[in-house]
Structure formats: structure tokens, C-alpha cells
Design a binder for this molecule. Structure first.
Ligand SMILES: Nc1nc2c(ncn2[C@@H]2O[C@H](COP(=O)(O)OP(=O)(O)OP(=O)(O)O)[C@@H](O)[C@H]2O)c(=O)[nH]1
Ligand SMILES: [K+]
Ligand SMILES: [Mg+2]
Length: 366
């Protein structure tokens, strides 16, 4: 039996099995098996690098990947927001490769990647789905584009495809540490009560991967699915923004309802509606901040911000100015939201975490 058939068989059995306390253990094992077969299914692709993904190098401060079913308006959006033209047409699969464009968000360049549409079954090899999903894994933000006229199921269908290849959208890495040992069996320690998984399921999942000696430290009330993710260790945790296009074609009530959903933005490429908001949300989603520098006794340089990760420390700020700056570092002064004494500045060390739009003066040893 091929791997695909094995996967189908397990899926069938999972659907047949009722979900309750008594079947929890059995379902856990099935999930572990399923994840392993899926990983195997993807394995050969990983080795033959040539056919995997699209050959586009990263550029700017981050990469946003446009993922969606055909003809939702991905290429139209790229042409609208960047200087790159990507052909758009009313037939499906107009776009057949990855087309990079550059977004300018208040002076910071961010790469926007137009991609072919994916179809249901993409994760198991249909169409160019796997190539597209491989690119999604390299993104700092997945911009999932949906056609507002196409009903509510499309979003879930796409999520299933992305999840099947190990992408985890808008989730954080579970707070679990696995320490393999050479003997002594499985030891489980948890710092919070576990309500969704028990010791037997944990042992069952580890057993399915032939992990018989392991210290397990759990610091979060995880599910069995999350534990399988930890054991596999190859999951990619990526933020996702759900972008509903073509709001020109539906009622205001409908638009209003969808716009209230979390991580969601509604737009119309054709009627130029809400594209500014989309850019702002992309900036927030990609997890970057601007930090301004100020020389002693001078005004801050507001025209030339540093672009840093959202939780960047003063050390990372130093590194983005000059590689050797942190070696000469004495202390820094910060003005802004991260200062304890705002609006007054705070004197801080290298480990201080900056906030958006902080102003920083770096003082060095002479
Ligand atoms: N009504 C309406 N139509 C739109 C909007 N944006 C794009 N379209 C139309 O939707 C169709 C598909 O647009 P594309 O940009 O080619 O879509 P795509 O997602 O790139 O499609 P593929 O490359 O085939 O996957 C075109 O006929 C566009 O004119 C919009 O905001 N409103
Ligand atoms: K199209
Ligand atoms: Mg296209």
C-alpha cells in the first residue's frame, strides 16, 4: 500500500471514531501516525531541491506570500500595490510562477510575492500546490487572499492544505521541551494542569516515533495535536492575515460582518477600497518596528528610521547600526513607550526591549 492510501485509511478511521475520553488515546496514536506519513510523503521533494519552491530570493525587510484559490485577485493586488505588473484575467491559473514585487510601507521595503492559485488537494501534490506551499513556509507573513463572493468554506479549505504540510498559522510554538536520554524511560513534568492530554497519550505519541527515553517538560495546557507538532519538530509558525477581496460585489452588511473577524481585512482591488488599511495591517503582521536614533544634543533623525524586529533589544538595534557598535556600548537612553519614565528618557543596557517608534541614543566607551 502506498503512503497516500495509508493516509486515506487513517483519515477514514479517524472520521469513524467518535471523539470522547475513551477514544482520546487511540485518536492520539492515529494523529501521530498520520503526521509521520505526511512527513514521508513530503520527504522525496525535499531531497530534489530543484523542483521545490520557486527560485526567488528574499528582498527588503520581510516577505509576504499571497496564497489563495485561483482568480481571487492576487495578481491584481500585486499590480496595484507595487511597481511590478502581474497579468490578471478572469480565467483560473493565469499566474504560473512566483512574481516578486516591492511594497513601500512608510519608507520600508517589503517583498510581496504573487503566486499561482492553489486548489484543494494541493498539499498532497495537486497542481503547483506543493511548490506554492513551500514558498509560504519561507514567508514572514502569509496573506491569505479570499474572494468575498465565494462563501465561508474557502478559508477553512485553504487552512487544511497549509496545515497538512506543517504550517501553523497564527499559533505560537507550544511551550514544551523534549530532552532525549539513553535510558530511564519517559518522565513527564508539567508546570500547569493538563486538561487536553494525559500521560498515556504522551507516551503513546512518543512510542509511535520510537522515542522510549525522554524527559518531557510541559509549560502550557497543550492538545495532542500540539504535542505531535513538538515531537515532529519541523513545524513552521507563521502569522497569517485573511484578506477578503471584491467587497465591491457584496452588500455592506456582509462586508461589515466579515471585517469584524480576527486577523481579517476587507478590500476591493478594483474599486480601490481599504488598500491603505491593508498596508498597515501587513506592517503589523510582519512583526517589524521603527526605531529612531538621536545623537547627543541633537534632534532625533525622524527621516531615517531603523527597521527592527518587534521585540528587538538595544543590542539588536546596535547591530543594525553597525556590527561592532555593541562592543563599544556603555549605555543607551530611550524615549518613548518602552521608557519607564516616559515622557522622560530611561537609561538602559543591551538587553532592554524597545517599543514601536522609540527614540534611542547609544552612548559608547571612548
Ligand atoms: N469585482 C472585482 N473583481 C476583481 C477584483 N480584483 C480582481 N478582480 C477580478 O478577478 C479576476 C481574477 O483576478 P486575478 O488578479 O487574475 O486573480 P489571481 O488570484 O491572480 O488568479 P490566478 O493567477 O489565476 O490564480 C480578474 O477578472 C479581475 O479583474 C475586485 O476587487 N473586485
Ligand atoms: K485569474
Ligand atoms: Mg494571478
Amino acid at each position: 500500500m502506498g503512503i497516500s492510501e495509508k493516509i486515506d485509511e487513517i483519515m477514514l478511521e479517524m472520521n469513524r471514531t467518535q471523539k470522547n475520553k475513551a477514544t482520546e488515546y487511540h485518536l492520539g496514536l492515529l494523529k501521530a501516525k498520520l503526521a509521520r506519513y505526511r512527513a514521508e510523503l513530503l520527504e522525496p521533494e525535499k531531497k530534489s531541491k530543484a523542483g521545490e519552491g520557486f527560485d526567488v530570493s528574499k528582498a527588503g525587510y520581510g516577505r509576504v506570500a499571497l496564497i489563495g484559490f485561483p482568480s481571487v485577485g492576487k495578481s491584481t493586488l500585486l499590480s496595484k500595490l507595487t511597481n511590478t505588473e502581474s497579468s490578471a484575467a478572469s480565467y483560473e491559473f493565469t499566474t504560473l510562477t512566483a512574481i516578486p514585487g516591492v511594497l513601500e510601507i512608510d519608507g520600508a521595503k517589503v517583498q510581496l510575492l504573487d503566486l499561482p492559485g492553489i486548489v484543494e488537494g494541493a498539499s498532497s501534490g495537486r497542481g503547483r500546490g506543493r511548490q506554492v506551499i513551500a514558498v509560504a513556509k519561507t514567508a514572514d507573513l502569509v496573506l491569505m487572499m479570499l474572494d468575498v463572493t465565494k462563501g465561508p468554506n474557502q478559508r477553512r479549505l485553504l487552512e487544511i492544505e497549509l496545515e497538512a504540510v506543517g504550517l501553523r498559522l497564527n499559533q505560537t510554538r507550544p511551550d514544551v521541551i523534549l530532552k532525549p536520554k539513553t535510558a530511564g524511560g519517559i518522565t513527564i513534568n508539567n508546570t500547569v494542569p493538563l486538561t487536553k492530554i494525559d500521560a498515556r497519550s504522551i507516551q503513546g505519541v512518543l512510542g509511535a516515533y520510537k522515542m522510549h527515553n525522554m524527559d518531557v517538560m510541559i509549560r502550557e495546557d497543550i492538545t495532542t495535536d500540539q504535542f505531535v507538532d513538538v515531537v515532529l519538530g519541523n513545524r513552521k509558525y507563521v502569522p497569517c492575515l485573511y484578506c477578503y477581496n471584491k467587497i465591491d460585489a457584496v452588500s455592506l452588511e456582509e462586508v461589515d460582518r466579515i471585517a469584524r473577524e480576527p486577523n481579517t481585512v476587507v478590500i476591493s482591488c478594483q474599486a480601490d477600497l481599504n488598500l491603505d488599511t491593508l498596508l498597515k495591517r501587513i506592517w503589523q503582521g510582519i512583526g517589524l518596528n521603527r526605531v529612531y536614533t538621536k545623537k547627543r544634543g541633537e534632534r532625533p533623525d525622524l527621516g531615517d528610521p531603523l527597521i527592527v524586529k518587534k521585540d528587538a533589544t538595544i543590542e539588536q538595534v546596535c547591530n543594525s547600526i553597525h556590527r561592532s557598535l555593541s562592543l563599544k556600548f556603555k549605555y543607551a537612553l530611550v524615549w518613548g513607550k518602552s521608557s519607564k519614565f516616559a515622557p522622560q528618557p530611561q537609561k538602559v543596557g543591551l538587553q532592554h526591549v524597545c517599543a514601536a517608534d522609540d527614540v534611542v541614543t547609544i552612548c559608547t566607551k571612548v
